[in-house]
Design a protein around this ligand. Structure first.
Ligand code: UGA
Length: 424
């Protein structure tokens, strides 16, 4: 198939590389000319394991192309896959400006049949709106099909998720595009879920809201465990073996961040309220998440009551390991709170040099702890799990290690003379 992917962001690029690798001819377009120029020179603007090589391979095989000529490209291709950003507005709703722009270009250029696939996460009703909008703009219903095809990729595992998805969701208005849609993805074992346009949109939101709920549940349980001096890991293990619950997304810590879970939770709430539906559970999920950082700070101040002037080292600044993404990173929020309290913050991350006024960013994990009063682990990079604690001990001034991702072996860390703190 010949596919034009609009948007060379995280979703657009990973999907473009994978679809080209599945044998399609893929043109990835973005109005940001500098980004397209870099991509043409083989420079990938995001870090995702395996993506550089996959792009290089498919560009070389003449399967993957890049262009900044959005209008011309959309006109030329029979399948348009929309992967533009849908950031949050101040009121929590999704800003659909970029989607609207693409639809207007499609409306002004379509004169032969096209399949228009929305991959961007959009609120319930958006794809119905797209369908209506195209008709209002004078495009005959026979000339297009709108399809809602949400993505479920995890950053850091995006290619694995694209090659081995656990489901492929297509929302359509009629069965007309289904034959072609089945040719789109790798013919693996993933079940197809066909539903309405709005049904597909809601599957995406329900999925991320459920994952967020699991995390906040885990964090609340960890609080209770902490009060009873019980190891929360035992609880996660104990309940996680029940297939009805499952072990995934039960890790407690600083809470969920990133560009999806917080944003999608707000947008879903907004969509619900618009229809006068109460969202008590979603509100509670948000509230637990929003209070995690203060809880960890309280843990720190029970041992170090006056943080003013204290030298604190933070390991991990990205919102989770194996990514360079800082969007809504709980670690960065924690750093900002430490700065407000007058701390001297030193940061180390295996992937990112944090540029934030008042923060000393290091390129060496062990250098970063020199003379520190406390060390906080805020992202569970594998490297931190393999730390040489004797080396850390010899460099630090204080003895506090606050494990804000509950990822270290506490017994081991204590053996080196540290005061090991965590919640649960
Ligand atoms: C999430 C979903 O997992 C994907 O399925 C979805 O496609 C994507 O959003 C999206 O909507 O595009 P992602 O944002 O890459 O993927 O990250 P996750 O792995 O879901 O992690 C989100 C946050 O939850 C991170 O801050 C992570 O540290 C936190 N988390 C995750 C926990 O605190 N505990 C856990 O047990 C798991």
């Amino acid at each position: 198939m010949r596919i034009c992917i609009v948007g060379a962001g995280y979703v657009g690029l990973t999907t473009a590389a994978a679809l080209a690798d599945f044998g399609h001819e893929v043109l990835c377009v973005d109005m940001e000319e500098s980004k397209i120029n870099s991509l043409r020179q083989g420079k990938v603007p995001i870090y995702e394991p395996g993506l550089d090589d996959l792009i290089t391979k498919n560009v070389k095989n003449n399967k993957l192309f890049f262009s900044s000529l959005v209008e011309e490209s959309i006109k030329e291709y029979p399948v348009i896959l929309i992967a533009v950003g849908t950031p949050s507005k101040d009121d929590g709703s999704s800003n659909l400006m970029f989607v609207h722009r693409v639809i207007d270009v499609i409306a002004s250029t379509t004169n032969v049949y096209k399949i228009i696939i929305t991959k961007s996460t959009v609120p319930p009703g958006t794809n119905e709106w797209i369908h209506k909008r195209l008709i209002e703009k004078g495009i005959d219903e026979d000339l297009f099909d709108v399809v809602s095809n949400p993505e479920f990729l995890r950053e850091g595992f995006a290619l694995r998720d694209l090659y081995h998805p656990n489901k492929i969701v297509f929302g359509t208005k009629t069965s007309r595009p289904i034959k072609n849609l089945k040719k789109l993805y790798y013919r693996g074992k993933a079940p197809y879920i066909f539903t309405s346009l709005t049904g597909a949109e809601l599957i995406k939101y329900a999925s991320n809201a459920f994952l967020a709920t699991k995390i906040s549940f885990a964090n609340e349980m960890a609080r209770i465990c902490d009060a009873y001096e019980v190891d929360y890991d035992d609880i996660a293990k104990g309940i996680g073996t029940d297939p009805r619950i499952g072990r995934y997304f039960l890790n407690s810590g600083l809470g969920f961040g990133g560009s999806c879970l917080p944003k999608d939770l707000s947008s879903l709430k907004h969509s619900a309220v618009k229809k006068n539906v109460e969202t008590k559970l979603l509100d509670a999920v948000r509230e637990v998440n929003d209070t995690q950082i203060d809880l960890y700070l309280n843990k720190l101040t029970t041992e170090l009551p006056d943080l003013t002037g204290k030298r604190i080292t933070i390991w991990g600044v990205t919102f989770k390991p194996d990514t360079d993404d800082l969007r809504s990173s709980p670690a960065v929020m924690m750093i900002k709170k430490l700065l407000e309290k007058g701390c001297q913050v030193h940061a180390y991350d295996p992937m990112v040099q944090l540029e934030l006024t008042g923060v000393y960013s290091h390129t060496n994990q062990y250098e970063s702890v020199k003379n520190s009063d406390a060390l906080i682990i805020s992202t569970e990079w594998q490297q931190f799990l393999e730390t040489d604690w004797a080396e850390v001990k010899s460099r630090m001034k204080g003895t506090i290690v606050l494990d804000a991702r509950n990822c270290l072996d506490g017994k081991l860390v204590r053996k080196f003379g540290f005061l090991y703190l965590r919640i649960g």
